[in-house]
Design a protein around this ligand. Structure first.
Ligand code: ADP
Ligand code: MG
Length: 240
């Protein structure tokens, strides 16, 4: 059996004495889109930060492509992370924002030009490359953030509520766009959201998190049709 692309085995995470994620086990196969759905403060960002290596785990194991990365520093983990606030470099052009990782890696200028153009075209931001991030709309800035993560050939992309700062219409478009980009580029996605509609409309599978514990995991259809706990039932049924 091939190992999952991203695997979590009984992962517990916290800050000092405080434990905020309890015993989470999760496996993502190549090309899957999985959402972590739960209310504010339930530990979603903490979980993503631990997968990326920014927060140490208290116990349990994290693996990427079968390799144990639990004690590896962030730079040795082949994951990209896309944040709500995009975290773009404000004084650099969009081109340089996307090219940043390649420059650090010492890639030649001509190669960089070819790669940035290619990914910008797929992401629909080819015309925006000379601009500064502030000149772009929120949706366009989020495309830049995604392109910047993907240009390094990252196989696993972690999204931390990437659409929650966008207005409703752009958010709808970006839900479709992220799935389209995934289909074209073939990455595997772990997508964090507190928005049940978003999780239900985008995901192959959903993991419902409550107080740092997994309440229920299943396909979007299973979660919607057969909630297994009162919490899931209320959370899925609640208007956002
Ligand atoms: P979510 O992303 O689901 O809103 P977080 O992972 O940000 O949840 O936070 C989970 C819990 O961990 C919260 O109670 C929060 O206050 C706490 N927390 C988050 N970051 C830190 C930190 N750096 N130090 C101490 N506690 C933190
Ligand atoms: Mg968060």
């Amino acid at each position: 059996m091939t190992p999952p692309l991203l695997g979590l085995e009984q992962v517990t995470i916290g800050y000092g004495e405080l434990t905020v994620v309890h015993d989470v086990t999760l496996a993502l196969r190549q090309g899957e889109f999985v959402s972590i759905l739960g209310p504010s403060g339930c530990g979603k960002s903490t979980l993503l930060r631990a997968i990326a290596g920014f927060v140490p785990v208290k116990s349990g194991q994290i693996s990427l492509n079968g390799e144990d990365v639990t004690r590896q520093p962030p730079e040795d983990r082949d994951v990209g992370i896309v944040f709500q606030n995009y975290a773009l470099f404000p004084t650099m052009s969009v081109f340089e924002n996307i090219a940043f990782g390649l420059r650090v890696a010492g890639t030649g200028s001509r190669d960089i030009r070819v790669k940035v153009d290619a990914i910008a075209e797929v992401a629909g931001i080819l015309d925006q490359l000379p601009k500064r991030p502030a000149e772009l709309s929120g949706g366009q800035q989020q495309r830049v953030a995604i392109a910047r993560s993907l240009i390094m050939g990252t196989k696993v992309l972690l999204f931390d509520e990437p659409l929650s700062n966008l207005d409703a219409k752009v958010r709808q478009t970006m839900r479709r766009e992220i799935r389209r980009l995934q289909a074209e580029l073939g990455f595997t996605a772990l997508f964090v959201t507190h928005d049940q509609d978003e999780a239900l409309s985008m995901s192959d599978r959903i993991v419902v998190l409550n107080g740092g514990r997994v309440e229920q995991a299943g396909t979007a259809r299973e979660i919607y049709r057969s909630p297994q706990t009162a919490f899931v039932c209320h959370f899925i049924g609640a208007a956002n």
